[in-house]
Design a protein around this ligand. Structure first.
Ligand code: KDG
Length: 350
């Protein structure tokens, strides 16, 4: 076999192998290798940073990932975890991966929308009824299609972990009806869909990196924020927020990102170890996240938060008010992709 053919075969075989390895638990991959890969397993240190704390299911998932990588590589691949935005916020860490200065981060998909607008479909409100539907769509062809857009941005996606269903907290008053959003200063992720959805509900949205949220709430720069219950609990937002409204208005995924500059230096064997560990740790993290989100509600009530549910009728009203924003972004993102999203959700519901 000619030398160049070996390279072509390796570069075509690896993604196929990784795709086979990546089913379930956030499986799937956008792994492509454009350079001759090394062989075997070398001693490597892998810097992996996230925005959430070690005690959050995302932190526990990263710890599990590090253990699995060490086990699978005979201790040669060492993952160094950095929690609580020690290496910077989601955007900064993602840029560090693109520059080859950091190897792994696991942000929400929302801050990536400035780079890959199609990820905006996961910021549409009230798309999923439960985590099972979300996992099925993310681990299916649509989730894979979006992972394949990452290599063009010097990123490799090894699958999806779970941030979860987002709920509103604030320091002013309970939010039980659509009109209750009026005038509330709400921190949003740096994402136009979120920002315009809260605007049309009558709130006053302020986009901000997650690492700045607690101090903005404490200083009353903003009245409220929205995040999954496990995040609200892990970051002690209950200490500066009196009201929790269980809106479950958006399901946010995490995407497991690897620097493509780093990935392309790895051997097929090393790539397969990272892919398998990302999927196995993803399954573990999702299970932990679902359990922790259930437990966090009781813990936040016990910590003194005044908790209210939002009726289906009121959610329908919010959906109606937000509809023009969704129509606008459906056109910007691509109506075919939006149709594919809802078709995949229907498939998952059967
Ligand atoms: O690193 C991930 C966090 O930054 C994540 O919590 C993002 O949901 C998020 C938010 O509200 O910024």
């Amino acid at each position: 076999m000619k030398k160049w053919m070996k390279h072509v075969v390796i570069s075509c075989t690896v993604p196929a192998l990784l795709l086979l390895a990546g089913c379930g638990g956030g499986g799937g991959s956008s792994a492509t290798s454009s350079q001759p890969a090394a062989s075997g397993i070398q001693e490597r240190t892998i810097k992996a940073g996230i925005g959430l704390n070690e005690d959050h299911p995302e932190g526990q998932g990263l710890k599990k990932f590090a253990e699995l990588v060490s086990q699978k590589s005979g201790g040669k691949l060492k993952v160094q975890p950095y929690y609580s935005a020690q290496l910077g916020d989601d955007k900064k860490m993602t840029e560090a991966l693109q520059a080859g200065m950091q190897e792994i981060t696991i942000p929400s998909t929302s801050p990536l929308v400035g780079m890959i607008k199609e990820y905006g479909i996961f910021d549409f409100p009230f798309v999923f009824n439960d985590e099972k539907e979300a996992h099925a769509v993310l681990d299916g062809p649509l989730g894979q299609k979006l992972l394949e857009k990452l290599p063009a941005h010097n990123l490799i996606g090894l699958g999806y972990w779970e941030n979860g269903f987002r709920n509103l907290t604030n320091s002013k008053h309970p939010v039980a009806k659509a009109e209750d959003f009026k005038g509330l200063k709400i921190r949003t992720m740096q994402n136009q869909v979120h920002l315009e959805a809260f605007q049309v509900l009558g709130a006053n949205p302020t986009p901000m990196a997650f690492s700045e949220v607690f101090s903005a709430l404490e200083s009353k720069t903003v009245d409220g924020q929205e995040n999954p219950l496990a995040t609200i609990k892990s970051n002690k937002f209950n200490e500066v927020q009196g009201y929790l409204s269980v809106t479950k208005h958006v399901y946010t995924p995490f995407v497991f990102l690897v620097s493509k500059k780093f990935w392309d230096k790895l051997s097929p064997e090393e790539q397969k170890i990272l892919q398998e560990a990302a999927v196995e740790a993803g399954t573990y993290q999702r299970e932990l996240n679902i359990a922790e989100n259930k437990k966090a509600l009781d813990d936040l009530k016990a910590a003194g938060m005044q908790v209210n549910e939002v009726t289906k009728e009121e959610m329908a009203k919010m959906q109606e008010i937000i509809k023009p924003v969704i129509d606008k972004f459906s056109k910007e993102i691509g109506e075919d992709l939006v149709k594919e999203l809802y078709a995949e959700v229907e498939k998952a519901r059967k």
